[in-house]
Ligand binder design. Structure first.
Ligand code: ACO
Length: 332
């Protein structure tokens, strides 16, 4: 929660990136037993971006990061920490952030990944806020990047229609006392639904074998209905918690930038918070669910097209595997 002196850190610049290749619902009709009508009506998604075979998560993060640094008018050498929120990094070890540090040509600064799935960007923002607040670090790059097209079963219509690849970034720095910055972040995890959205094999519990590959246990498995209900309930609760912590009402929120998982989830959150859907930044129709990248991509688009203006109060909320969820209230 912000102290009486106001925010300690703020967003200095944002950047986004999505791979060039676009896969439409019509394209998916040729892959699985689905239809443009079903996908549009149930999710709001019309298309998603898919990375080139030679493209990695750190490649995508690099483009978004450079765009954010450009807006912040900073160089990679100015950064003193890099945090990457991802569950689809280049390799299981080392961190995607390490590859990003090298590609950016940043100094030998602490660079690490955060694993909180779709809520990851808000976790990264909260961690960066704490470091800046503590005074040990000043300029922190936070990135949400996912290359989920490599982690989904392209024969499973219940998941393959939902996700897309992309990256979004923000450079954070100290607040200047004008009221702009991170007002509060609220983070939660409750593993009661851990098995409702997971990749069962490939970790220390279940190694990848011919059998697990055959059963696609190295791909995303999801009980959509459970996650849907949890997303509506918990993203609304976290949003209210942020408003309460800041002593603000929903009326003072200019824009809501929600995680883009399903248009019906977003609509139900709008109803619960009593905030008009017109005040939500929505781009799910063009990107699908890009997990940790979805909030920073939407934030960046709304900045660049002038919807979000300096001084606007923006509420962000997300939920993903874990399940982990959270919110952030930011004066831009
Ligand atoms: N095309 C056509 N039919 C389909 C498809 C598809 N792509 N997928 C499922 N169906 C069928 C089902 O088999 C089912 O058929 P049946 O009634 O004969 O059994 C029917 O459609 C209804 O399926 P439901 O699962 O009940 O559909 P629902 O309305 O719950 O929508 C969806 C499914 C879109 C996955 C929804 O539950 C959802 O969005 N959940 C949130 C999941 C999510 O976004 N997870 C990502 C990460 S977490 C997060 O970001 C919040």
């Amino acid at each position: 929660m912000a102290s009486e002196q106001g925010p300690h850190s703020r967003i200095l610049g944002t950047g986004g990136y999505a791979p060039e290749r676009v896969l439409t619902n019509r394209d998916l009709e040729k892959l699985v037993d689905t239809s443009d009508e079903w996908i549009t009506e149930r999710t709001g998604i019309k298309q998603r971006h898919v990375a080139r075979p030679d493209e990695t998560a750190s490649d995508m993060a690099l483009v978004a990061a450079r765009r954010a640094l450009e807006i912040a008018r900073l160089d990679a050498a100015d950064l003193d920490m890099i945090i990457v929120a991802t569950i689809s990094g280049d390799v299981p070890m080392p961190a995607c952030a390490a590859y990003l540090q090298r590609k950016l040509g940043a100094g030998p600064v602490p660079s690490f990944d955060v694993s909180a799935a779709c809520a990851g960007f808000l976790y990264a923002m909260s961690i960066a806020d704490q470091f800046i607040r503590g005074g040990s670090h000043k300029r922190i790059l936070i990135v949400g990047v996912e290359l989920l097209s490599r982690l989904i079963d392209w024969q499973d219509r219940t998941t393959c229609v939902l996700f897309g690849d992309g990256a979004g970034a923000a450079v954070m720095g100290p607040a200047t006392g004008d009221g702009r910055g991170i007002i509060t972040t609220q983070l939660y995890t409750d593993a009661a639904l851990a098995e409702s959205l997971c990749i069962p094999a490939g970790g220390s519990r279940e190694q990848i074998t011919a059998e697990s590959l055959n059963a696609k246990r190295d791909k995303v498995q999801m009980v959509g209905k459970d996650i849907f209900k949890a997303a509506v309930k918990n993203m609304s609760q976290a949003s209210r918690a942020a408003l309460d912590a800041a002593g603000m009402s929903a009326d003072s929120v200019r824009w809501v930038v929600p995680h883009q998982a399903n248009l019906r989830i977003i609509s139900q959150i709008a109803e619960r918070l009593d905030i008009a859907l017109e005040r939500f930044v929505i781009n799910i129709e063009r990107y699908g669910n890009t997990s940790s990248a979805s909030i920073p991509i939407a934030l960046d688009e709304a900045f660049r097209d002038g919807r979000i203006k300096p001084g606007d109060t923006v509420l962000m909320c997300a939920l993903g595997a874990g399940i982990s969820w959270g919110s952030a209230l930011v004066r831009m």
